[in-house]
Design a protein around this ligand. Structure first.
Ligand SMILES: [Zn+2]
Length: 256
């Protein structure tokens, strides 16, 4: 087995200061014999037509399959300025598959190669429509090459403890919410959480291994390639345990 990838290009998300790109670069270098290049934000300096296209992938009804949104000037401006809406009342949601198409088209031709893996960090919350329960779900990871890693998705996609939501339902006051948040502190990732960069390492591994092996995720809950559905699982696989299962340990060894 040989690595297909010889180079990874990481596109920064400057609105999320917790992403430590140099550390991530070192982590990747220490794990794979691959050249790493760090770039500015992918969504910088695109033309207005592209910003309009991106804005048109926004979702307004999570219970309906994708319908192209008619973007307003204000929507386009949000894209142009790369505004982080993740903590706002009206958090913008995007159809991850549609957004992925647009990003793919914008990858420079000479870098649209099988041996170059493009990874785009974004604050945009990417979602995919699930035909089984007929609604959109937040996703942290979209696509293979390019791969989109949504930092908002890392916080929003894996669920928080059920009891946390129940507690919130019984107390809507500002003080109540603060007390509840305090009670669950550390149990899940929050915005501006310093642990986000470490969690990203796991998603990078998943993106690379998926691209290399064509196999998405591992079924072993102890493995770093496990698709965490709960924040608890994310924290245990990526922050505490940080290990691969035997099968993936072997594959990784062969690849590198
Ligand atoms: Zn595994």
């Amino acid at each position: 087995m040989l690595l297909r990838i010889s180079k990874i290009i990481l596109y920064d998300e400057p609105t999320v200061l917790e992403i430590q790109l140099e550390k991530l670069e070192k982590f990747l270098r220490d794990t794979f014999p691959i050249q790493i290049e760090i770039r500015d934000n992918f969504f910088r300096n695109l033309n207005d037509e592209i910003y309009k296209k991106i804005a048109s992938t926004r979702i307004f009804d999570i219970k309906k399959p994708f319908q192209k949104h008619n973007a307003s000037m204000e929507d386009i401006l949000i894209e142009k300025e790369n505004t982080d809406t993740s903590e706002k009342e009206e958090m913008a949601l995007y159809d991850g598959i549609e957004l992925h198409k647009i990003i793919s088209e914008q990858i420079p031709k000479e870098e649209n190669n099988i041996d170059i893996l493009n990874i785009v960090f974004t604050n945009k919350l990417t979602c995919t429509f699930d035909e089984n329960d007929f609604r959109y779900h937040a996703r942290a990871l979209i696509g293979s090459n390019p791969t989109i890693i949504s930092t908002t998705g890392i916080i929003e996609a894996p669920a928080k403890p059920k009891q946390y939501y129940l507690d919130l339902m019984t107390d809507f006051s500002k003080e109540g919410i603060d007390t509840i948040k305090k009670k669950y502190e550390g149990e899940f990732l929050e915005y501006h959480d310093s642990r986000i960069s470490e969690a990203i390492e796991g998603y990078l591994l998943q993106a690379i291994m998926y691209y290399e092996t064509g196999e998405a995720f591992c079924t072993d809950k102890e493995c770093r390639l496990y698709n965490a559905h709960w924040q608890k699982e994310l924290i245990s696989t990526q922050l505490k345990n940080k290990k691969f299962c035997d099968k993936h340990k072997e594959i990784l060894k062969k690849l590198t």
